[in-house]
Ligand binder design. Structure first.
Ligand code: NAD
Length: 498
């Protein structure tokens, strides 16, 4: 059986814990590998490697650090096919979605190629007599990232791409469900010219997460995963004096106004709700048509669109989406479908019991569609994270906009309309961090930042973009005086007093 261990100080290191997690093939339900689960002392060895590598890496001028990023980008492109297949085999998403996963991470690496420019500080000449003031951004030291199963390429690159470019060294703790791609990224990063110890991968579960949160030499922790764990990571990490950015779950709404282009809406929402089996934190699992006519038309067309979707194995080029990640997750999603029925919503399409010939033990779920879902139902209030679309009907835009604004999660929201004024006001007022106007999945490009609100994100800094640079650096401000001639008995005068 294939085994995955750790990647420390530029090499594969065998785990010593004798604790392993099984890595499944979601297409077949079979165990395809096992991954070693690290102990706190194995983490400590990786942190020591990162501590040792950090001063020289921070002292490497930013153009040279950028050159490693440029080369890493080239290697990602050259190895795209291999990475995408590796990713699909453990996650279950179709190859096109895996390419997208790598590509969106690669775009953050492209952003990090601009690090010399991004790190420039500020300068004030003549803040007082002979006095200049300047600020500079300095790295924090060793930082860590803890990532979820659903984007095993993109999310690690969100984190280590920016942090390492800033001059930090990094410990990555990937999801134990699909660790192969993160391990391969670390090998490619070394091949790109990163010194040993700059990027280390430690596999594991809660035990190693807790060790990361408690380790005195780790100065900042980035987390992406479910909200309860995000909140736990945020509380424990900050209590230990670390910077923490912890992104959580989501329940994103797509509001459809009567003037929207229904052809576009139906195509957009079918992809955003069911694509990647609904396992995206920016998926659109709630549709809110405004007015009865819009709702009736939307539901009728969505039934047809969803029925036409092909669920297949992840290598099937014609499949729209593949299996969900695990047997436990399949059961959880199917239980939510039953709960929706019990809560009184109308189940128009039932994806339970979906089997694929030759892959009877794969974790497939067909598209499910509920109508007449209402706030207060558990299935509406909670994240399902599967191929389930819920329709909540509203009478007015105001009523519709209140739904995402009052929901516990605040990751993304979309509005479909031709009315620019309504869209502008909606974007300004809605209580959600990322807004799409006629864009179903408004994940910001790499030079903006990923900015969920409420229980979708804990901490003050967003992921990647300039906020990522701010999170990964601390600002030092220098006030310097070089007076003319001999300083003699001139006493220092605070600039504002002159
Ligand atoms: P998860 O919370 O189960 O796991 C995330 C990470 O936390 C993994 O590395 C895991 O090993 C670790 N972990 C799990 N249990 C832990 C515990 N008890 N203590 C400490 N660490 C623990 O999440 P997942 O199932 O891998 O990912 C899906 C979730 O991630 C969804 O809720 C999804 O919405 C969310 N997500 C959010 C974003 C975002 O940017 N907001 C992006 C992607 C995914």
């Amino acid at each position: 059986m294939r085994e995955l261990h750790h990647f420390v100080n530029g090499q594969s290191v065998s785990g010593t814990s004798e604790r392993f997690a099984d890595v499944y093939d979601p297409n077949t339900g079979e165990v395809q590998a096992r991954v070693s689960l690290a102990t706190p002392s194995e983490l400590d060895s990786a942190v020591q490697a990162a501590v040792n590598a950090q001063p020289a890496w921070a002292a490497t001028n930013p153009q040279k650090r950028a050159r490693v990023m440029f080369e890493f980008k080239r290697l990602l492109e050259a190895n795209m096919d291999e990475l995408a297949h590796m990713l699909s085999a453990e996650h279950g998403k179709v190859i096109a979605d895996s390419v997208g996963d790598v590509q969106r991470g690669l775009e953050v690496i492209e952003f990090a190629c601009g690090i010399p420019h991004l790190l420039k500080g500020e300068y004030t000449e003549g803040a007082g007599p002979g006095i200049d003031v300047y600020s500079m951004r300095q790295p924090l030291g060793v930082t860590a990232g803890i990532t979820p199963f659903n984007f095993p390429a993109m999310i690690p690159m969100w984190m280590f791409g920016v942090s390492i470019a800033c001059g930090n060294t990094f410990i990555l703790k990937p999801s134990e469900k699909d660790p192969s791609v993160p391990m391969r990224l670390a090998e490619l990063f070394l091949e790109a010219g990163a010194p040993e110890g700059v990027l280390n991968v430690v596999n594991g579960d809660k035990e190693v997460v807790d060790a990361i949160l408690d380790h005195a030499d780790i100065k900042a922790v980035s987390f992406v995963g479910s909200s309860d764990i995000a909140q736990y990571v945020y509380s424990r990490g900050t209590a230990n004096g670390k910077r923490v950015q912890a992104m959580g779950g989501a329940k994103n709404h797509g509001i459809i106004l009567p003037d929207a282009d229904m052809d576009q809406v139906v195509k957009d929402i079918v992809g955003a709700a069911y694509g990647s089996a609904g396992e995206r934190c920016m998926a659109l699992p709630v549709a809110v048509p405004v007015g009865k006519k819009t709702a009736d038309e939307f539901v009728e067309r969505m039934i047809a669109e969803a029925r036409a979707l092909k669920v297949g194995v992840s290598t099937d080029k014609d499949a729209h989406y593949g299996p969900v990640v695990s047997a436990a997750h399949k059961e959880k999603v199917e239980n939510y479908i039953q709960m929706g029925v019990d809560e009184g919503a109308d189940l128009l399409l039932d994806g339970r019991g979906h089997t694929l010939q030759g892959h009877e033990n794969g974790y497939f779920i067909g598209p499910s569609l509920f109508d007449n879902v209402k706030p207060g139902m558990k299935t509406y209030d909670e994240e399902i994270f599967g191929p389930v679309l819920q329709v909540v009907r509203a009478e007015t835009l105001e009523e519709a906009a209140e739904l995402p604004s009052k929901h516990q999660y605040g990751n993304g929201v979309a509005l479909f309309t031709r009315n620019g004024q309504a869209a502008r006001e909606f974007a300004s007022k809605v209580n959600v961090g990322m807004v799409g106007i006629n864009v179903p999945i408004p994940v910001p490009v790499a030079y903006h930042s990923f900015s969920g609100w409420k229980r979708s994100a804990f901490g003050d800094h967003n992921q990647y973009g300039m906020d990522g640079v701010r999170f990964c650096t601390k600002v030092k401000t220098v006030t310097q005086r070089w007076p003319e001639g001999d300083i003699g008995d001139q006493s220092f005068i605070i600039p504002t007093m002159r």
